[in-house]
Design a protein around this ligand. Structure first.
Ligand SMILES: [Ca+2]
Ligand SMILES: [Ca+2]
Length: 117
């Protein structure tokens, strides 16, 4: 993945190891129009608007994917809805992870209920 995300330089408040995730912390760059920016549940973190509801946990706490912070439509085609155990995903996982003999849902539904990719 290209490193196109701005590096928000917070003031040392590393919240729960979210540093590796895209998005930013601290002030939104002045050059960004506000419609391009969305806030995470933690108001000190922000993401690009198109990172909302894309299935990926960009905020680190899934607030960009889950209510009450974000209202997303149900998992689209190509996604399987389950309580994910993978930090990268929230409550939808890509169907390519179904039937791959690895648990990705806390209820194992990706291996036992999901029909596959
Ligand atoms: Ca996201
Ligand atoms: Ca799996």
């Amino acid at each position: 993945m290209n490193k196109i995300f701005p590096q928000g330089d917070g003031n040392g408040n590393a919240a729960a190891g979210t540093k590796a995730l895209p998005g930013g912390e601290g002030d939104v760059p002045q050059s960004l129009p506000s419609f391009l920016v969305a806030r995470c549940g933690d108001p000190s973190s922000w993401i690009y608007s198109d990172q909302k509801c894309d299935g990926i946990n960009n905020c680190g706490d899934c607030s960009d994917e889950l209510s009450p912070v974000t209202a997303c439509p149900p998992c689209g085609p190509g996604w399987w809805r389950c309580p994910s155990i993978v930090f990268k995903y929230c409550d939808c996982i890509p169907r390519v992870l179904c039937r791959d003999h690895t648990q990705h849902c806390s209820d194992w539904s990706d291996e036992y209920s999901c029909p596959g990719p």
